[in-house]
Write a protein that binds this ligand. Structure first.
Ligand SMILES: Cc1ncc(COP(=O)(O)O)c(C=O)c1O
Length: 379
């Protein structure tokens, strides 16, 4: 038994949680991507110590912060990164939007996968540039952005590809060969890559996260990688992330609004990130073990429900469920009527799907799956 208690159901009502406050208290909310688990003790203690001090003035990066990030990347992904390639940001999402504008010209064209975490699509849509969605293919039950779909949407003005690995929704972890194909495509068509790798710390079941920028020198020269430990160690409300970009001119463009429209991170983002890097590994491994058990439970149970189908989950805690086999227009509403709030597929431009967040105690997940089963029987 783990020394961390992921089974404990912690009341999150009246904590201003976006996820728990939206629906009636009787609904199990498995939509927004945060976890129902306490952050690791090392993060909680570091936060408490900082609160004890009692003054929360403007705060610069802690000493050796970028060195700590660089060693973390080397240890976990065998990725050698120099500290000057790292730019600290308060949020991955705001960087997506600013990169969509700062790293392209007004006549440029942007490509984004589909389905995808909605902010990658919205960052393209709201950039004022033209854009297209490249359909993710299902290959052996994995959701993959392939060069076949990229070729269908590329044009002479294409300048930027938004990419997400591990993929959200669904959690595909791209293999080295799959990444090489994407890099080759971007080299051939001279595209920058903005790679959102925020879920990299939660790769499951012996899969391995490979940062796309680490594939080759050419990949490093055309990629801005976005990462954060918010998701892995469950402190997204104290956000902090970083960009990594080897190419100095691309890095300068990508850093454009930082410190002005994009604020510097706040104090608890630094405190939590440093603590997680320093002392969080034992907790992270226990978390992965727990998520793996939930993943197994989810797949087994969904596969027994007629009309539903689930794609492989190779990372993180966001299952992508196809409801194409049920005669229901709005599956999200059907499940909500039976007391489970899932992320509606229309957020990802695929209304016949729903996304489920399984970062919750086994007991709640089991109850939610019972309700999903009942909802399907009611049709
Ligand atoms: C792929 C992806 N990128 C970014 C984010 C959010 O990033 P941040 O909280 O740093 O803005 C999420 C949250 O669900 C996500 O799934």
């Amino acid at each position: 038994m783990s020394k961390y208690n992921f089974d404990k159901v912690i009341n999150r009502f009246q904590t201003d949680s976006i996820r728990w406050d939206k629906y009636e208290p009787t609904v199990i909310p498995l939509w927004v991507a945060d976890m129902d688990f306490l952050s690791p003790p090392c993060v909680l203690n570091a936060m408490k110590n900082r609160v004890e001090h009692g003054i929360f003035g403007y705060t610069h990066e802690p000493n050796d912060f970028k060195e700590n990030i660089a060693s973390y990347l080397k240890k976990h992904y065998c990725w050698e990164v120099e500290t000057e390639w790292i730019v600290i940001i308060p949020s991955v999402v705001s960087a997506l939007y600013s990169i969509g504008i700062s790293c392209t010209k007004s006549a440029s064209h942007i490509i984004t996968p589909q389905p995808i975490y909605h902010h990658l699509r919205l960052a393209a849509e709201q950039s004022g540039r033209s854009f297209n969605e490249a359909q993710v293919e299902t290959i052996k039950n994995r959701q993959i952005l392939s060069t076949k779909s990229l070729n269908k949407v590329i044009n002479n003005n294409s300048e930027l590809l938004f990419f997400c690995n591990p993929h959200n929704p669904g959690g595909t972890v791209y293999t080295k060969d799959e990444l090489i194909q994407i890099v080759d495509f971007c080299n051939k068509n001279n595209l920058f890559i903005c790679s959102d790798e925020i879920h990299a710390g939660m790769v499951l079941n012996g899969h391995k996260h490979i940062p796309i920028a680490s594939i080759s020198k050419a990949a490093a020269d055309r990629t801005v990688t976005l990462m954060s430990l918010n998701k892995t160690f469950n402190f997204p409300g104290a956000g902090l992330g970083w960009m990594i970009c080897k190419n100095p001119s691309l890095r300068e463009m990508a850093s454009n609004r930082i410190g002005s429209l994009i604020p510097h991170p706040e104090i608890f983002g630094y405190v939590a990130t440093n603590a997680a890097i320093r002392d969080g590994e034992d907790w992270r491994l226990a978390l992965l073990d727990y998520l793996n058990q939930n993943r197994k439970l989810l797949i087994e149970r969904i596969n027994q429900i007629p009309g539903l189908k689930i794609y492989d989950i190779e990372a993180s805690y966001l299952g992508w469920i196809s409801c194409e086999g049920i005669p229901v227009k709005d599956p999200h509403q059907l499940f909500l009527n039976h007391g489970v709030a899932l992320q509606p597929g229309y957020m990802f431009n695929q209304p016949d799907h729903v996304r489920i967040n399984i970062a919750t105690p086994h007991s709640l997940l089991n109850e939610a799956l019972d309700r999903i089963e009942t909802a399907i029987k009611s049709i």
